[in-house]
Ligand binder design. Structure first.
Ligand code: ATR
Length: 277
């Protein structure tokens, strides 16, 4: 019988995960079915039980269920534990629920594609919400020499930084508000949700001196406000479409034991569904 998976969220109609996993299945010759499920806001646990009863193998989880998924898991990977959120679930044969988080690995893979190894690189991250907390551990594991977290609400960045300092004692980690004068960076990542409202972030020209890549974790048919702001400082910019593709490839690896090639899928995504957004 073909193994079945689905992405769970509310809303879910916009999700590109079924399209991505269909491409990965073709490229790897794996036979899977992958659907999307609109889950009622109070119905996440019930939906998981129904999926398990139907013999499904796993699920991706998106807004707003990543934290509830975390709470329901019987076992968690280190990266999921550190994120405090789960985006990839496996129904274990004995009845358990295993949780993982592939967002950080997805971001790491895309940053590496664009700008090479992260070993000894300095990263400035804007934002300190759930999306940022979810990706930092794999970036630090990859060998960053420094991480600066700046957030509109500085206290949130400081709390996050404090937690990370305990785990990554050899990395220079600092945090503050947007008025903080951070140490120089090689890579700047926008992990705020400001793009949703199109509000510009108060970016300071000095942050961009010597920067090799300004990356927005968001994407859309048009360059994001952050990308336009960063391009004005004459640094290379990228949206987060590659992160979307890579986090899905990582989930495919978790389930199927094979990591699909992503370059042609990213190109196809850019050529097809991005235009439809
Ligand atoms: P997500 O899951 O997208 O991370 P979140 O946990 O609500 O959502 O976090 C949103 C992040 O974007 C926060 O860092 C938020 O800053 P605050 O902590 O000060 O709220 C940041 N953010 C949202 N809108 C922003 C804006 N217009 N300018 C700057 N930062 C913004």
């Amino acid at each position: 019988m073909t193994d079945r998976y689905a992405v769970l969220g509310n809303p879910i109609q916009h999700s590109k995960s079924p399209w991505l996993h269909a491409r990965f299945a073709e490229l790897t010759g794996q036979s899977i079915e992958y659907g999307r499920l609109l889950v009622p806001l109070t119905g996440f646990k019930t939906t998981l039980a129904a999926m398990r009863a139907a013999g499904m193998k796993g699920a991706n989880v998106t807004v707003p269920f990543k934290f509830e998924a975390f709470d329901l898991c019987d076992s968690l990977t280190d990266r999921a534990r550190s994120a405090g959120a789960v985006n990839t679930l496996r129904f274990l044969p004995g009845g358990g629920l295993a949780g993982d988080n592939t967002d950080g690995a997805g971001l790491l893979a895309d940053l590496s594609r664009l700008t090479g190894s992260l070993v000894n690189r300095r990263l400035l991250m804007l934002g300190a919400g759930g999306a940022v907390a979810g990706v930092l551990e794999p970036l630090l594991e990859a060998g960053l020499s420094s991480l600066v977290l700046l957030n509109r609400t500085p206290e949130k960045a400081c709390v996050l930084a404090q937690r990370l300092k305990e785990r990554f004692a050899s990395v220079h980690i600092e945090a503050g508000g947007f008025d903080h004068a951070p140490m120089p960076a090689d890579i700047i990542v926008n992990g705020t949700s400001s793009g949703l409202t199109g509000e510009p972030i108060p970016l300071h020209p000095v942050w961009f001196e010597g920067v090799q890549l300004a990356y927005d974790m968001m994407y859309g048919a048009q360059p994001t406000v952050f990308m336009n702001q960063a391009a004005a400082f004459s640094v290379p910019v990228s949206d987060g479409l590659g992160m979307l593709v890579e986090q899905a490839a990582e989930a495919f690896l978790v389930w199927r034991g094979v990591r699909p090639p992503t370059a042609s899928v990213l190109q196809a995504a850019r050529d097809s569904f991005l235009k439809a957004i």
